[in-house]
Design a binder for this molecule. Structure first.
Ligand SMILES: Cc1cc2nc3c(=O)[nH]c(=O)nc-3n(C[C@H](O)[C@H](O)[C@H](O)COP(=O)(O)OP(=O)(O)OC[C@H]3O[C@@H](n4cnc5c(N)ncnc54)[C@H](O)[C@@H]3O)c2cc1C
Length: 365
């Protein structure tokens, strides 16, 4: 193969599609029975406009670029999406100061947000309580499963393959190529040769990178952070996505609407002290979620919250510092040439997926 991509999440599929469209022979290896069973199906499915990320960072640049690419792709390929827009709500004085910072940050990323006074918010969302808000008209919602199906169809239409039930165990450099050792669900082992390897294994990317021979020095470490969601057994009188001001490690417990208008709340942030994902949602946390949402939606009926699902942010730390950006690590040395490791592909990785694919493609040339 010209290229092996490890991991059939939305980012791995976008990357494989990019190489396949350029005429290269591509194979995607996925450990689960079907693509997209990990982080790519455990998120908020929000099309982010590019508000929060440090100006100049990969997250900022690839989110803004990826948003435009994705909306055009959804239109072209009939992938369901919607643009309900979102309100970021300040409920106290400290929150109002944060809104000012957010608006300036978004502007530095080329994203324009409108300031709304309390009365203007009440006109749009009568059930919401706040002091003021920022309005982001571009923020949307996407059907991430339909997107992954479309990416996979593009790969296969260009003679690429997505092979499930195959877990990559190790990578070895041999001459001018890579030997990729895989094990299938029956325990059968095989080795596949490839000119380039893209490690897009998400929560498994560090394990894959640690399996490389010769070993890679200075790999980052896991700082995974779980986020839980609750659903709602009923409808709510809201028509936009509602966000509080962001908190450390996440965007605050927000209210998103799926494409059918059904609300869900979350994610919260809990740092894990292991790199083994934990997807349990504790029903006893419903009260805490309800209180957080009631600060901006006082009419919420706490008894209607139901545990939904959890996702794990594949954050990494470099030294003692949690990295705040995507890490696309290529290597100049002959012994690791042709390998690109993707670390820390947390939010807005879904929105940025096509732009990440372009960046990896350029780096891999
Ligand atoms: C709680 C939460 C909320 C989020 N909300 C949003 C949002 O609203 N909008 C947004 O833009 N982004 C959001 N994100 C980020 C987005 O979901 C991710 O950036 C994106 O899904 C990452 O895709 P991926 O392909 O890199 O990883 P994954 O989807 O995790 O795919 C990696 C794949 O690699 C496979 N794999 C792992 N190890 C191996 C191996 N050894 N061999 C073979 N296969 C292997 C896994 O099985 C998996 O299928 C959110 C993330 C989280 C956690």
């Amino acid at each position: 193969m010209d290229v092996i991509v490890i991991g059939a999440g939305v980012v791995g599929l976008a990357i494989a599609r990019r190489f396949a469209l350029a005429g290269q022979s591509v194979l995607v290896l996925e450990q689960h029975p079907t693509p997209g069973q990990e982080t790519s199906s455990r998120n908020s499915e929000v099309l982010h406009a590019g508000i929060y990320y440090r100006p100049g960072s990969l997250k900022a640049r690839l989110c803004v670029q990826g948003y435009e690419q994705l909306v055009a792709y959804c239109q072209d390929r009939h992938v369901p999406y919607g643009l309900p827009g979102k309100l970021i709500l300040a409920t106290d004085e400290a929150g109002e100061a944060k809104l000012e910072q957010l608006q300036a940050n978004a502007a530095a990323n080329g994203v324009s947000l409108e300031s709304l006074a309390q009365k203007q918010v009440a006109e749009r969302e009568p059930a919401v309580s706040c002091r003021s808000a920022l309005w982001s008209p571009k923020t949307g919602i996407i059907d991430s499963h339909a997107l992954m199906t479309a990416f996979q169809a593009d790969i296969e239409a260009h003679d690429g393959d997505v092979v499930c039930h195959h877990r990559v165990e190790k990578l070895e450099r041999s001459g001018d190529h890579w030997q990729v050792s895989v094990v299938d669900s029956e325990g059968e082992r095989s080795v596949i040769d490839a000119g380039r390897v893209i490690n897009a294994a998400g929560l498994g990317a560090l394990t894959v990178a640690r399996s490389v021979t010769p070993a890679i020095a200075d790999l980052p470490e896991a700082a995974y952070a779980k986020g839980c969601y609750f659903g709602y057994s009923g409808r709510l009188p809201v028509s936009h996505l509602l966000y509080p001001t962001p908190e450390a490690g996440g965007l605050g417990i927000h209210l998103t609407l799926d494409l059918n208008g059904q609300p869900r709340f979350g994610p919260d942030v809990t740092f894990l002290d292991t790199d083994v994902p934990d997807y349990e949602v504790d029903p006893a946390q419903a009260g805490r979620f309800a209180s957080a949402v009631q600060t901006y939606l006082p009419g919420l009926d706490a008894s209607k919250l139901v545990p939904a699902y959890a996702g794990v942010r594949p954050k990494v730390k470099v030294g003692d510092v949690i990295n705040d950006d995507f890490l696309l690590q290529g290597y100049n040395c002959a012994e690791h040439q042709g390998l690109i490791n993707l670390f820390g592909i947390e939010s807005p990785g879904l929105t940025a997926s096509m732009a990440i694919a372009d960046a990896v493609f350029e780096q891999g040339q």
